[in-house]
Design a protein around this ligand. Structure first.
Ligand SMILES: [Zn+2]
Length: 154
């Protein structure tokens, strides 16, 4: 703060010196410059603070959303306790049951479940054959090898 005042003072003094041929009263120019620069700095700082506050609110909102998405209902194997807790896939998620007093680790298994139809190699191969080749030549060759295996020609 003290350094800022000193710098604004020096800057205002410089401006007053530069304008001294046009405005004879150095102190008046100095005072006006000083106040103007300080007011400008104050406005800029308060705008920055508002931006930081808005960013912080956004970060908190995102963190809340993330917490909400990671909150799951846990039913203890003792069958006497169920509660919500935040669970993270790449962390050790453990809890101590308040009813049975046992400590548990949650075993999270990520298993892909096929949502699309299994790929039909015959039709995929014929599409690539019509196109001449696939941009990824390896895929094309792999598919044709699989088709030969599938048809029993190898
Ligand atoms: Zn329990």
């Amino acid at each position: 703060m003290l350094i800022s005042i000193l710098l604004v003072g020096i800057f205002s003094g410089g401006i007053a010196l530069l304008l001294s041929p046009f405005i004879p009263s150095w102190w008046t120019t100095f005072g006006i410059s000083f106040i103007a620069i300080f007011a400008g700095m104050f406005i800029r700082n308060s705008q920055k603070e508002r931006k930081i506050e808005a960013d912080q609110l956004e970060i908190y909102a995102k963190a809340d959303l993330l917490d909400h998405r990671n909150t799951v209902l846990i039913e203890c194997p003792c069958n006497n306790n169920s509660f919500s807790m935040q669970v993270y896939p790449n962390e050790l998620n453990s809890y101590t049951c308040t009813v049975c007093n046992n400590k548990f680790n949650l075993d999270l298994r990520i298993e892909p479940v096929l949502q699309t139809e299994p790929m039909n190699l015959d039709s995929a191969y014929s599409i690539f054959k019509e196109l001449g080749s696939h941009p990824d030549q390896k895929v094309f060759e792999e598919l044709s090898n699989k088709e030969q295996l599938h048809n029993g020609s190898v």
